[in-house]
Design a protein around this ligand. Structure first.
Ligand code: HEC
Ligand code: HEC
Length: 284
């Protein structure tokens, strides 16, 4: 599965103080609260020429970390979901509105939304992520301040809304008006950057299921985002994770909420089409 690319990357990696080693994914199934079965392995989308199957990042975590995601009482990310439930009915901004005052059906109105985001949006004339829709409501409809993408309020609200799609397969559209952004995202994914001269694909396509330092490399899927990381004890947005990976290879990261990261988010999401939205995933 890994082939000659490993050798190529390993030689770069040895200079770069990264070392890949082999291991096997923890084979199990992800059933949440003893009732909701997640799709954590699926046939790769047709556009993925170098892979047959796609895997949720959950497969690559330790048994202990996996267990935290199997019950909402144990999932540390759920504290933030509770905070978002309170935020939902909090009046904020000059218009005197709360989310709940307009969205009278509650967050259940958003069932399925997470599976199709990010997506082309005709009104915005570009790719829009969950955070964009939330901020549009905040600035234009509530006359409140926008939340930054990595603020705890934003990640918590995206988690709450995402939970309404838990279990449903990711299904982002990549053609039609979304095609240009998708191509840009793909180009970013395969372009080597930074002092270590590596691309996303070098790690997450050529070397997944190997060890890099103490970390078991996954395919870098985003079906579980926002993701609770044990490392920093908070929810992390997709763009924050992209930024972290770019910094690790000593590249200058794009900004959170930039068009480049929206395009990359669309492309990476499309690599996980078919995997379940996991609500709030737990990672190390
Ligand atoms: C003044 C009324 C109003 C308020 C307040 C409001 N929204 Fe909205 N929201 C709307 C309208 C109208 C739309 C567009 C609906 C559509 O396009 O179908 C929308 C769209 C959305 C969408 C995209 C839905 C989709 O299917 O495309 C999300 C997500 C959302 N709102 C979340 C929120 C959140 C979270 C809050 C609170 C921070 C909030 N909204 C506050 C009126 C409001
Ligand atoms: C030097 C190797 C390396 C490169 C290059 C790299 N990453 Fe990562 N990435 C990691 C490691 C290590 C982790 C943590 C373990 C894991 O989930 O794979 C990670 C995690 C992730 C995750 C979280 C997956 C999950 O299930 O929570 C995403 C998403 C991700 N990377 C995307 C990217 C993108 C996009 C790029 C290119 C901009 C990239 N990575 C480049 C090493 C890398």
């Amino acid at each position: 599965m890994i082939g000659s690319n490993l050798l190529r990357v390993a030689s770069i990696a040895s200079i770069a103080t990264f070392a890949f080693g082999t291991t096997a994914a923890n084979a199990q199934s992800l059933v949440i609260n003893d009732e909701e079965t997640m799709i954590i392995q699926a046939p790769a989308a047709a556009h993925l020429e170098n892979m047959d199957e796609v895997f949720s990042g959950w497969n690559f975590r330790t048994v202990e970390t996996q267990a935290l995601q199997m019950d909402d009482f144990d999932n540390p990310g759920m504290i933030f979901v509770d905070q978002a439930i309170d935020q939902w009915d909090t009046v904020d901004g000059a218009a005197g509105e709360s989310c709940g005052s307009c969205h009278e059906g509650g967050t259940a109105e958003f069932a399925g939304l997470r599976t199709v985001l990010p997506r082309w949006d005709e009104d915005a004339g570009g790719i829009q992520s969950m955070a964009d829709y939330i901020n549009e409501c905040r600035t234009e409809r509530m006359q409140a301040e926008a939340w930054t993408w990595s603020s705890s309020k934003m990640t918590a609200m995206t988690a709450l809304i995402g939970l309404e799609s838990r279990g449903m397969p990711v299904d982002v559209v990549i053609d039609g008006p979304a095609a240009d952004a998708w191509e840009l995202g793909k180009e970013i994914y395969y372009t080597r950057v930074g002092q270590l001269d590596m691309s996303c694909a070098n790690c997450h396509e050529d070397n997944y299921d190997t060890m890099i330092r103490a970390d078991h490399l996954s395919q870098g899927q985003i079906n579980g985002f926002p993701s609770y990381r044990l490392k920093n004890a908070k929810l992390n947005s997709t763009h924050a994770r992209f930024k972290g990976c770019m910094k690790n290879i000593r590249a200058k990261p794009f900004g959170e909420g930039s068009d480049e990261f929206r395009a990359l988010e669309l492309y990476v999401a499309s690599r996980g089409n078919g995997l379940s939205v996991e609500g709030t995933s737990v990672r190390n």
